[in-house]
Design a binder for this molecule. Structure first.
Ligand SMILES: Cc1cc2nc3c(=O)[nH]c(=O)nc-3n(C[C@H](O)[C@H](O)[C@H](O)COP(=O)(O)O)c2cc1C
Ligand SMILES: Nc1ncnc2c1ncn2[C@@H]1O[C@H](COP(=O)(O)OP(=O)(O)O)[C@@H](O)[C@H]1O
Length: 362
């Protein structure tokens, strides 16, 4: 899978090291969510057009020249290096969901200006590499790495033995400078000592993928969005449902999400919706306000969980279209109503509350 445009405005996705564009400036990590903390780790590698020689002041002149620097005019590709499958999936054998499945991650990286995403196959061979071998074989020989950036809690190599500091020491032997980016809280404080332990409040905790997942599991959308630095999004194609919605005056676009997408708490949400691929059409607003339900629809004895959106003040055909739904706030849990009339009255009420919230958030 790849999608690099010649003008550099897309992202090259390399699923093996043979496909990698080199030389590289590498941000290393799992980067699920591409949250504010991840963005800080990626930042130092974004000056991809600068040659390694302009980073000379960061290099240790006594180091061995085993990794020749890029030629002065050679382009250096800003590269995010991550692992597939997710290391946890590899060790547990359990399929895992992602805040940002691959396509969404590529979109997020593109919006940051990253040139390339490398998916290192996380397998027996990779997990057997010592920290020193990982640096030499993968970063130096295969990626021709000129610069590295990692978060303070980064661990690598066999049994996760290598720390960020170890990486710095090993990489110095090859003249590769390593930025170690301190963990960051959502209000922009840095945790210099790498303390990942217990915190009195979410404000004091470092931003992490697992905290964002926890927030989404409890319907705390505000916290999730603050940590992400943008709204959490569900992107899916509109498929047919039971065709009941239209009979109660609330037709709902049923979304088919990527199988590995992390789905937040069941219930009703205030959302903003984009119909993808249609922004050039002057008749279609860029952003439509809406209400979304995630759940089994107990009132109509639903047997599977669905994600469905009602667009406020809108009508038209959405089947087959791709929607991006931004979560703004959680309104209430899903309930079993005694009748369709009662459900209809409640959805009406949900629309009123959503309008109030969404107009405040403007
Ligand atoms: C804003 C909103 C809130 C909803 N809340 C509930 C609910 O609390 N309980 C429930 O059983 N179904 C709820 N639903 C789902 C409806 O049951 C569903 O939209 C209806 O059955 C139509 O389904 P269809 O799209 O398959 O035709 C809600 C739908 C929307 C749009
Ligand atoms: N305001 C709206 N919000 C969502 N979908 C709408 C709206 N107006 C029309 N539609 C269309 O109606 C369809 C949903 O109607 P519905 O009766 O709920 O059928 P289904 O069960 O197939 O989703 C949507 O997929 C879309 O094509």
């Amino acid at each position: 899978m790849l999608n690099l445009s010649q003008n550099g405005c897309s992202v090259w996705v390399a699923s093996s090291t043979e496909m990698v564009l080199t030389p590289t400036a590498v941000a290393l990590g799992k980067f699920d969510g591409v949250h504010l903390g991840h963005q800080r780790v990626i930042q130092p590698v974004l000056q991809s057009t600068r040659s390694a020689q302009t980073w000379g002041d960061a290099l240790d002149s006594s180091a061995q020249s085993a990794n020749p620097p890029a030629a002065p005019q050679e382009r250096i590709y800003s590269t995010v290096v991550t692992f597939r499958p997710h290391p946890q999936e590899f060790f547990t054998g359990q399929a895992r969901t992602w805040l940002t499945p691959l396509d969404e991650k590529v979109q997020q990286l593109r919006s940051l200006g990253v040139d390339q995403l490398v998916l290192l196959p996380f397998d027996k061979e990779l997990t057997a590499l010592s920290p020193e071998e990982f640096v030499e074989k993968i970063l130096v020989q295969q990626l021709r790495c000129q610069r590295i950036s990692v978060g303070q809690d980064f661990c690598f190599g066999k049994q996760r033995r290598g720390t960020a500091k170890d990486l710095q020491l090993i990489a110095a032997k090859y003249h590769i400078p390593v930025s170690i980016v301190p963990l960051q809280t959502s209000d922009g404080q840095f945790l210099e000592d790498g303390n990942c332990g217990s915190f009195e409040s979410l404000e004091d905790a470092p931003i992490s993928t697992s905290l964002i997942r926890q927030a989404l599991e409890t319907g705390d959308i505000k916290t999730a969005n603050r940590f992400l630095g943008r709204p959490y999004i569900l992107i899916g194609v509109v498929v047919e449902g039971e065709q009941l919605g239209r009979t109660i005056g609330f037709p709902t676009a049923n979304l088919e999400l990527p199988k590995d997408k992390f789905v937040p708490r069941q219930g009703v949400y205030a959302v903003r919706v984009k119909i993808l691929g249609e922004s050039a059409d002057a008749n279609i607003p860029l952003e439509i306000l809406g209400v979304m339900n995630i759940g089994n629809r107990p009132t109509v004895n639903g047997t599977y969980s669905s994600v469905e959106v009602y667009l406020l003040d809108w009508s038209g055909d959405l089947y087959g279209k791709e929607l991006a739904v931004q979560l703004v706030d959680f309104l209430r849990p899903e309930q079993k109503f005694p009748s369709l009339e009662a459900l209809k009255a409640q959805i009406q009420q949900d629309c009123t509350v959503a309008r109030q919230i969404l107009s405040r958030e403007n």
